[in-house]
Design a protein around this ligand. Sequence first.
Ligand SMILES: [Zn+2]
Ligand SMILES: [Zn+2]
Ligand SMILES: [Zn+2]
Length: 422
Amino acid sequence: MATSLGANTYNRQNWEDADFPILCQTCLGENPYIRMSKEKYGKECKICARPFTVFRWCPGTRMRFKKTEVCQTCSKMKNVCQTCLLDLEYGLPIQVRDTGLDIKDDVPKSDVNKEYYTQNAEREIGNSDGTRPVGLLGKAPSSSEMLLKLARTTPYYKRNRPHICSFWVKGECKRGEECPYRHEKPTDPDDPLADQNIKDRYYGINDPVADKLLKRASTMPRLDTPEDKTITTLYVGGMGDTISDAELRNHFYQFGEIRTTTIVQRQQCAFIQFATRQAAELAAEKSFNKLIINGRRLTVKWGRSQAARGKEAYQDGVSEMGTRLDPVPGLPGGNSPPPPALEEDAPTNYFNLDPGTSPNVMNISLPPPPGINPPPPGFGAPMFHMGSMGPPPPMGMRPPGHIHYPSQDPQRMGAHAARHGD
Ligand SMILES: [Zn+2]
Ligand SMILES: [Zn+2]
Ligand SMILES: [Zn+2]
């Protein structure tokens, strides 16, 4: 190991020797049996410049090797991944998170003050029980509407792909299939890791990705209230198999009396009928585009209009009230169209941003195209697809205030592998 790790060598007790890195699920990768190598005091932290323990690992086949870039104190102070610096709760850049929570960075930029600040923060972290972030973040509100709208709730493993081959871009790469870099046109302007100053991202300033996200957050889709006042039913889509009736009620009861809830297992959706229109409107407003249960982002739309009731309901196999009807013999089962492969189609959609093409409001009286079974009422594009990798583990959205580090989850074998990786 190099001995010239900067001015901190005199102060060895402040060097960090961590057992496990603090990583987001995306950086960790999808393989639970990941192997990590660990180098004590391997590098200086890119923020506080103190030597820290560097972890290196490959987050999956044909992915690029990753390493931790900032120390654990700096990571804990901002509750961010040690590698990508995205917020661990929401998967968003610090600048976006801090704007959403209305907090301002107060980390001093001068070396001496920074060291003093970091040591204080370290003490505060040491004295805390680890269930709340420390400092400003610990005192901030636990969430905001904007963050719930933008939050990324599933890992985005494509972010771990190799970088683009600069030789290939110039038409000069001779390595062909052997080349470890990607032979693709550079089209990732939203890649949070593309050429950004790591310090700016940490301090939450001049972050072009954050600017873009914030701009788009203000123009995110709205859910139009149907004119037919008799509609008091909301459609909830993208449920998967794990969300129970009780969990749905736990969320929706706060808006008013619920008349019925109906889960349609095969379509992975549910219908919540409220006793009053007022309650349904409130529920729609408070849930649209920000309902996350068990780490799943759920689609919320209005049930269908009067005009569209009747014959269509029979074709759907689901009536307006959500009552299950017998399937029509001779028609193929599983009417739901496969979820659109958002991540395949829109490589730049790193965050929960509407790519601008998917309708946010179901055209509820639109007749189905001939020969195609219509989707259930209100069925629309889920925000995230599960792809061919199967459902990724849900990652975020814990009760406010509880910190969870995926890379330190005892259920992850990675935690053990790291221990032997020395
Ligand atoms: Zn640091
Ligand atoms: Zn990360
Ligand atoms: Zn190449």
